[in-house]
Ligand binder design. Structure first.
Ligand code: COI
Length: 418
């Protein structure tokens, strides 16, 4: 059995709650603070299978997990053997894992003394800044397990920098790039056994930065908490591998000039739930937003950026304050240019969208999702014959092969954890 050593501080409580396929063995396996050792979690024969025709391989894994003893500041052996959940059915939902990371800072101070603690609920004053005034940011990135059992992160420094930019906008202190990356690494390694086998998904990493201190009058909170939790995930959309169907929202807007559309603040995501819910009730996968001034330029989908393809040209809305600067967006632009496409970041009109050869979305959670149809003012336009467009397929394949360590990382985007 391979193990990785991490340090846990003040491990006194036990993370609780539902998780899939809970058995006695898996209950113990997810909780290193229970003292009963167990062994031989049976694992399925794991078939490497990917979204768009990536090579198939077969991996068989079987192992012994031993619940480690944990004490304050003591090294903990975290089993790296994969947990026994059904990787073929995981979607994008929370699966409780073993540990989360937490670090605090007062207003005007600096973050320090981060620690890994058992995954579980956190205590907050009802008067916390994040609960009352929405002072909060989140990030999303993924860790992939490779065939040779390494763990890869994709451009974590970009998430760290984006959190710093967002923190500045939201009047919050933020961890440094180095603190952010070290915290991500520690959290992933501490939850290593929850990283899906190669080709079966990834470990989604969710860093949060919240105003955790109490504040009644409108002002920045006096204390901030940086927290990271993780969850194994599969496909984001329920459509799985199939193209998604979007409806253009003409009344509600996601962001306005001068607002917070370009930072990953939590309120941006609450603001899209109404239109998204209405769209889903009508059978659409999600909503595409337009600019709030002219109501004719594309902005983004609730949780991802949008691209259109026309011939050899790929266009995406430029970053001008109302659009999230997606890290997958930025990566796809570079990958597409490298592969000979002409890529433009500019204003893209609804008319161009409806006239495109192909449309796809990008995001950490959605990766590259082909769009099958767009509905605008009651009329629908379909792309392709309900298959996946060739450009989307090519870019998806190039990006995910890079993220999964299947091709040479000539961009220098991959951070190896072992
Ligand atoms: C991500 O892609 O990481 C996101 O932030 C989308 C989230 C709303 C699930």
């Amino acid at each position: 059995m391979e193990t990785s050593a991490v340090f846990l501080n003040a491990a006194t409580t036990i993370g609780g709650g539902f998780h899939r396929h809970t058995t006695t063995a898996s209950l113990l396996s997810r909780n290193p603070y229970l003292t009963t050792p167990f062994s031989f979690l049976p694992l399925n024969k794991l078939q490497h299978q990917s979204r768009f025709n990536l090579p198939n391989t077969t991996t068989t894994t079987c192992g012994t997990n031993i619940a480690p003893a944990v004490g304050v500041n003591s090294p903990v052996s975290v089993p790296s053997d994969t947990v026994d959940i059904d990787w073929d059915t995981i979607g994008f939902g929370l699966v409780h894992t073993d540990h989360m990371y937490t670090m605090k800072c007062s207003l005007g101070g600096s973050f320090s003394k981060g620690e890994l603690v058992p995954f579980g609920n956190i205590e907050l004053s009802p008067c916390a800044g994040v609960l009352n005034y929405g002072q909060g940011l989140f990030e999303g990135l993924k860790a992939y397990r490779t065939e040779d059992d390494n763990i890869l992160l994709f451009r974590p420094e970009e998430n760290a920098k984006r959190m710093m930019m967002g923190a500045e906008r939201m009047c919050m202190p933020s961890p440094s790039v180095d603190q952010f990356i070290q915290a991500v690494k520690a959290t992933v390694l501490a939850n290593e056994r929850w990283i899906p086998p190669p080709g079966k998904g990834s470990l989604y990493i969710r860093p949060l930065l919240i105003g955790s201190g109490s504040v009644l009058g409108l002002a920045p909170a006096p204390e901030y908490t940086f927290l990271i939790y993780v969850s194994p995930v599969g496909n984001y959309f329920k459509e799985g591998l199939s193209p998604i169907n979007l409806i253009i929202e003409t009344e509600m807007h996601r962001a306005t000039p001068g607002g917070t559309g370009s930072v990953k603040t939590i309120g941006n995501y609450a603001a899209v739930l109404k239109a998204q819910g209405a769209a889903k009730a009508e059978g659409y996968s999600d909503v595409l937003y337009l600019d709030s001034v002219h109501k004719k330029y594309l902005e983004e989908v609730s949780s991802c950026n949008i691209f259109i393809v026309k011939g050899n040209s790929i266009s995406t809305p430029d970053i001008k304050g109302t659009i999230l600067p997606g890290i997958t967006r930025k990566s796809i632009i570079d990958v597409a240019r490298d592969e000979g496409f002409q890529v433009e970041e500019r204003e893209v009109t609804v008319d161009e969208l409806l006239d495109a050869d192909e449309v796809f979305c990008t995001g950490t959670a959605v990766v590259v999702s082909p769009v099958g149809s767009i509905t605008y003012l009651g009329k629908s336009v379909s792309y392709g014959s309900h298959g996946v467009g060739l450009v989307s397929q090519q870019l998806y394949s190039s990006l995910t092969r890079l993220q999964m360590g299947l091709v040479d990382d000539k961009m220098g985007w991959i951070v190896k954890l072992k």
